[in-house]
Design a binder for this molecule. Structure first.
Ligand code: TNX
Length: 491
């Protein structure tokens, strides 16, 4: 028999505090959803929950806003003005009589709804109930991210929306899109149309199906979808290396003034923009201007990694200049850790993956996003038998991805230096959304927990909670890797 109490034991990420109560709240044909605050943003969140409950229970759950406290029998949303919950925290009280979800800001209500969704997973067919519980929950880090490489293989709008849904469900709030690389340019730039006309026409291995790019309209659509799920899109134009697709599209970006062929292999470090040419900066100014106009949120990622073909002094000059270009379009620069070798302008963020250049960035005042390759690279194989993925940073088991302490993992980084964690997924070996899901799940949700839940969780407790959570991932149709060292039970 299904025991609703069990669901409290399979929440991911684990709430900051949770006290189980007794009994449960039964969803019936009379259950309604109310919000005291009459606000369009809250109405969207409420309608999202009501559609979900309707799908799970078969009952139509009506929503009304601007109504006074309805007392017993219903689900109620409140914006409570409790600033100690911050932008994203929430409180959820479930008793046999009522479900009360409150937050300081709408994002908190959204995250409370995600918790509710996990609490009602895998119900018995005829009745849906929510276990009595008191939860007060808020995140540890403000940056809880994932990165998707749409350059090595292209993934269309629907795939990206699916990934956004899954991220948001696990309370992640950043999706970094790696939009350009040697093998493909994936965002339409109207002032430089060959970038997509030529540079968007291939991918790793050259498979025709799936090559492509986002039109500006499609990119905006992704941004709006992400926004409705409290996910900020972080677009990356990787420079000055990883630029063969751009170099193949425009001869004038090459110091040889000749365009190379399109590239379908997986080597890195061979391409560079022409650093000592003003055309390069005109190009970047146009690209960043158009991208900034399409991106309502604050960040533009300029890459900066693996620029082995760019002489060191040129690299420094380039990184300084591109930060100025980003700032001139009203955005904050993010770059891979290597940018620490250059002058870092105020507000720039460095994303650590390997090496120690992040320390140079920190010394210059940059905040750091943690993406250590040997822990967070979702494209690394789980074990030697993984059919997909690479292994240059090591094999990363589900345990490896979870069982580390971000606040003290990095030499000479304090928790206050760290904005949060981001898990990149590079797509050299991935062709479909099923491939993405297989590599990301369940490691990604362990990273989501590291970024959200209080410090000091234990792997032994998590491994059981994760195994119990398997049914919820199954119900969501996630193609996850059933790590053989976890007891997933009957699926
Ligand atoms: C390193 S991580 C890269 C990517 C590759 C990835 C494969 C980083 C900043 N650069 O270009 O796709 O390894 O795991």
């Amino acid at each position: 028999m299904h025991n609703p109490q069990d669901c409290c034991a399979c929440l991911i990420p684990k709430p900051a505090s949770l006290f189980p109560g007794t009994g449960d709240f039964k969803i019936s044909s009379n259950t309604k959803l109310f919000s005291q605050t009459d606000n369009a943003e809250i109405a969207i969140i409420a309608n999202f929950l009501s559609a979900y409950l309707q799908q799970a229970s078969g009952y139509k759950i009506a929503f009304a806003s601007g109504s006074p406290d309805q007392g017993a029998g219903n689900i109620q949303f409140t914006l409570n003005g409790d600033t100690s919950l911050g932008e994203e925290g929430y409180e959820l009280f479930i008793t046999a009589d009522a479900v009360r979800l409150s937050a300081n800001r709408p994002a908190g209500l959204f995250y409370g709804v995600q918790t509710l969704r996990q609490l009602i997973s895998a119900p018995p067919a005829a009745s849906i109930s929510l276990p009595a519980v008191s939860i007060r929950d808020l995140p540890r880090f403000s940056w809880r991210g994932a990165m998707l490489d749409v350059a090595r293989h292209f993934f269309g709008v629907e795939d990206v929306k699916r990934y956004i849904d899954l991220l948001a469900h696990y309370k992640m709030n950043r999706l970094h899109l790696h939009l350009t690389d040697d093998q493909g340019w994936r965002i339409e730039i109207k002032s430089w149309p060959n970038l997509t006309e030529i540079g968007g026409q291939t991918q790793v291995g050259g498979h025709l199906a799936g090559r492509g790019y986002y039109t500006q309209e499609q990119y905006k659509e992704i941004g709006e979808y992400a926004h409705s799920r409290y996910v900020v899109i972080v677009p990356e134009i990787d420079t000055p290396g990883h630029t063969n697709a751009a170099l193949a599209s425009y001869a004038e970006l090459n110091s040889s003034e000749e365009a190379p062929a399109l590239y379908e292999g997986t080597q890195v470090g061979f391409s560079t923009l022409w650093i000592n040419s003003e055309i390069t900066y005109q190009f970047l100014d146009d690209v960043i201007r158009e991208l900034a106009a399409l991106t309502p949120t604050s960040y533009i990622h300029i890459g900066g990694d693996e620029a082995q073909s760019t002489p060191e002094e040129d690299y420094k000059k380039f990184i300084k200049r591109i930060q100025e270009i980003v700032a001139s379009h009203g955005k904050r620069t993010i770059g891979w850790g290597e940018i620490g070798a250059a002058e870092i302008l105020p507000g720039t963020i460095a994303q650590h993956w390997v090496g120690s250049a992040y320390l140079e960035a920190k010394r210059q005042g940059a905040k750091i996003i943690l993406s250590p390759a040997n822990k967070t690279y979702l494209d690394m194989k789980y074990d030697a038998s993984s059919p997909l993925g690479l292994d240059w940073a090591g094999l990363i088991s589900v345990k490896d991805a979870y069982d580390w302490e971000p606040g003290s993992y990095m030499h000479e980084l304090e928790e206050s230096d760290i904005l949060g964690i981001e898990a990149p997924l590079w797509s050299e070996t991935l062709l479909t959304i099923k491939d993405i899901e297989y590599m990301a799940f369940p490691r990604l949700i362990g990273i989501a927990e590291l970024a959200w839940s209080p410090k000091g969780q234990s792997w032994e407790e998590y491994r059981q909670r994760l195994a119990a959570h398997g049914k919820h991932m199954e119900a969501m149709g996630i193609n996850f890797y059933k790590a053989p060292d976890l007891d997933w039970g009957e699926m």
